[in-house]
Ligand binder design. Sequence first.
Ligand SMILES: Cc1cc2nc3c(=O)[nH]c(=O)nc-3n(C[C@H](O)[C@H](O)[C@H](O)COP(=O)(O)O)c2cc1C
Length: 312
Amino acid sequence: MAVDLSVNCLGLEFQNPVLVASGTFGYGDQYEDIMPIRELGALVTKTITPRMRPGNPPPRVVETDSGMLNTIGLANVGQDEFLREKLPWLVTHRGAARVIVNVAGFAEEEFAEVAAAVGSAPGVDALEVNLGCPNVKAGYIHFGADPQSVRRIVSLVRSQVELPIVAKLSPNVTDIAALAEAAVAAGADAVSLINTLPGMKIDINRRRPVLSQGFGGLSGPAVRPVGVACVYKVYRRLAEAGMSAPIVGIGGIGCGSDALEYILAGASLVQVGTASFVRPRAAAETIEGIAEICDRQGVTAVTELVGAAHRS
Ligand SMILES: Cc1cc2nc3c(=O)[nH]c(=O)nc-3n(C[C@H](O)[C@H](O)[C@H](O)COP(=O)(O)O)c2cc1C
């Protein structure tokens, strides 16, 4: 029996629920021969900022026992180069996959600028707003740390574009569900969670942190229980508040059973991130794994499972 993997979400049809996470798949072109984007539900681009950013100096990634730490520093080509070089390639090679552009700024005006530029470009299906970015004007507190700031950024982006907006939330807060509520109230069509958690690795011979910036963002299998718990909590809170907004689950997903944990917790879509660095076809394996497990369990459509852990 063929399992129906399609998901209708954000007013869009996704051929399957598996996306690749921002910053872990570049702009898709480097993976073309191994993991073509046309197999995916959607590609989420590396964060785009108004101007090109070289990012932080090396070392900027290091492996840990159960994941990795990165301090890439939002290195990206900038909005003009993205629109000129990267987006046309994506549009030609996407097939039935959706293209979601992740955007951010270091001041509120920068979010508005990049959202307006990218959000009006043909071929972009939705924007994912990276709220984990530091606000340089407010003293490097990240935008996603405070519901007021989440509300302001999402409203600002909403005022610039008609496209669906996904607000990407950071787990480094006391109550992620309050931020999800703020984002949806301000006009986000969906929330995606989680971004990385702060971590550090110390070189015991050199007696100093390995990464150039000391701290880095932890991702990979280590963060999966955190991500699943966040999705579960946000799903419940949005339901209690009578808000219907799909959730995109992210964090440590690399196979079908990982993805299904998130779907059962309440995610409609999932993103594969760090796993692609270890196994470049991890996203395809995740799609196949979801289908196999559904088939084994007699599930005919993956959407039947969204939030099922709250009902049994
Ligand atoms: C090397 C690297 C770069 C990343 N860059 C971005 C980025 O530019 N924008 C963003 O929103 N998230 C970025 N992330 C976070 C991922 O999109 C994802 O939220 C996080 O890694 C958790 O998922 P994972 O455990 O599957 O990797 C990055 C993660 C890694 C590992």
